[in-house]
Design a protein around this ligand. Sequence first.
Ligand code: ASP
Length: 418
Amino acid sequence: MSEPAVPAGPWYRQLHWQIFLGMGLGLAAGLVGGTAVADRVGWLGTLFVRLLKMIIIPLVITSIITGVASVGGGRSLGRLFSKTLGFYLLSSALAVLTGLAVLNVIQPGVGAEIAGAHSGELPELQTANSVTELLLNMVPLNVIDAAAKPDMLGVIFFCILFGVAIAGLPENPREKLLGLFDAAFQAMMTLTSGIIRLAPIGVFALIARVAGTSGLDAFRALGLYMISIALGLAIHMGITLPVLLRVLGGISPRVHFRNMVNPLTMAFSTSSSAATLPVTLRAVHERVGVSNRVSSFVLPMGATVNMDGTALYECGGVLFIAQVLGVDLSISQQFVVVVTALLASIGAAAVPSAGLVVIFLVLESVNLRGPEVDVIVGAMLAIDRPLDMCRTATNVFSDSCGAAIIARSEGEAGVDAA
Ligand code: ASP
């Protein structure tokens, strides 16, 4: 399977340039045409996201089962699992600390005029209320129901166990099942390639809708807050993760970034790590050069639990709210914010605005609640989309860095070779 836009031929035939062009045209069309344009082209964006979502469950199921079954059970799976978890916790913790530092230095909430911002309405998303609940939720009562919801952690949990069971079978049934799932996985990847070709149009419509419905006014009141979060995300994506790539994997960040342009633009325009997963899987496998064995295991788990951008945002958002309310958080309260922000990011769904919904968990941990808090969160929601786009790109980038670093540590020499 070849990349639809290998960097050859004129630039305008390369997919990532087409996507950038779609973004630019979408922004211009939305800002000039306003809600009229947003209403007219919005459906194209919805159609594109629906196509991506359509393939997520079969792709994740076939990818994890083939990945785990080829890793085998026991020691080697345990090693891959510990490395994955270790990297994800490390990178998310660094992200939260960056958010903590930036918000404490800039203090965007001090003197912020929130009443001027329009408030929005939060989408209803289910989130676990405690770590125990998060763990219990991982075991689905009914696999079909988990896939239908979709409850990604439940699906991943089942597929890992199923993959381990296949690995433990005698040769004949094992090879049959593995061949079947592997063939299905390849078919899903081919389908993904076809859908990605539509990305420039989908991205155009998604960006036009955001720009057309939000305009620029809503963003002025919370400008400094937005700049602080964006700066934190830029530090994490532009310094922390590249350092981890270089130090832990011996990988050139520039090469890795170049190989990840398509998933990053997709994450940016869809605001959903889950919807981006098919594109991430494909790019990490085919461009970064990570084996299916590693990418199939690391990436679906990453899209679900590893959200560096969201973790940074949880911490930054809560500090911002405390600053607006004039509440001085002690060092120990800030520590509680750091830990709960990390856990909230693990529990957040990989869909648009999920990060803002789980912020209530973190606010509760330091007793920030009440109507004033609700008004500020409402205002934050009104300007959330551009921040969500940036944190989703950060989330996806962290997953791909994890996959590349872990693949290198498993002895895969060709990773990010060019
Ligand atoms: N939209 C983000 C994602 O899908 C989650 C968030 O809202 O922070 O990764």
